[in-house]
Design a protein around this ligand. Structure first.
Ligand code: GLP
Length: 261
């Protein structure tokens, strides 16, 4: 694990964006796994700025988003397709047909999950999977429980997840109860996983995920097993980790992403 702690969110956004920029420069046809939520917004802004400065091009890249709410059409302001278009895709030069997000309005959700897995397989390995972290340890919408899924599937959202995401909807009741999400197998098949977490409210779950036991009750704890995990935290999210690093709990307490690609 490579762990980076940043003094403020802007530095973190810039570092995460530069990680993606470096990858695309070395591998212009890279396959990216992308996340939504509040955390990546600043990263997408930094990527947009890099494209405007002509530092990088997404013209040959492909993207696969982690998840989508069931029942929200692409033009619904809280759908993840809408989010990605607004925050990233319409500002960069990625061909729309190479941006993939599950269709949460598909008539047959099981078939949609299978279709998404076929697309993932056809694309080859994801080069870099950008991940956020839910307060309950979820990644994508892989929620804590007695078992986890390897493949794309329909997930029942945890009440805590619906509550946390209610801020993106007009009323809490509007938050869908289900979502299509990439499974742990697809996430783990990525060559590199970039986990980005901000805010003191995530300090406990970051600590649990990175230093606690590996358990399906905290899906992000499985990330400890990934051979190329890069973690970027702001000071708030790292509040409980820092004490650990001084006690040498990590293989590589603090490192940079230089030389990753
Ligand atoms: C959602 C997404 C996750 C994301 C999580 C954290 O539930 N499905 O992929 O990581 O929220 O979001 P935020 O960054 O807003 O805290």
């Amino acid at each position: 694990m490579k762990l980076n702690i940043f003094a403020n969110p802007n530095l973190l956004h810039e570092a995460a964006a530069q990680t993606i920029v470096r990858l695309l420069r070395q591998k212009p046809d890279a396959v990216l796994g992308l996340a939504t939520g509040g955390t990546p917004v600043g990263i997408y802004e930094a990527l947009t700025a890099a494209v405007r400065r002509r530092e990088v091009s997404f013209a040959r890249a492909a993207s696969f988003n982690l998840d989508e709410y069931v029942g929200l059409p692409p033009d619904h302001p809280a759908s993840y397709r809408y989010y990605m278009d607004q925050h990233l895709f319409r500002h960069i030069d990625i061909p729309p047909e190479r941006t993939h997000i599950p269709d949460g309005c598909a008539a047959d959700l099981e078939r949609e999950c299978e279709r998404y897995d076929r697309l993932l397989q056809a694309a080859g390995r994801i080069d870099l999977m950008l991940l956020g972290l839910g307060h309950n340890g979820h990644i994508g919408f892989n929620e804590p429980g007695r078992a986890l899924h390897s493949k794309t599937h329909v997930a029942i959202l945890h009440p805590q997840t619906r509550e946390a995401n209610a801020r993106f909807f007009r009323t809490p009741e509007e938050v869908p109860t289900r979502a299509i999400t990439m499974g742990l197998g697809s996430i783990f098949s990525a060559r590199t996983i970039l986990l980005v977490v901000k805010g003191n409210d995530k300090a406990d779950i970051v600590h649990r995920a990175l230093t606690g036991p590996i358990t399906t009750e905290c899906p992000a704890s499985l990330l400890q097993l990934h051979p190329r995990l890069v973690v970027m935290l702001d000071e708030g999210a790292a509040a409980r980790i820092k004490c650990q690093t001084t006690q040498n709990a990590f293989h590589e307490p603090v490192d940079s992403t230089n030389g990753l690609w």
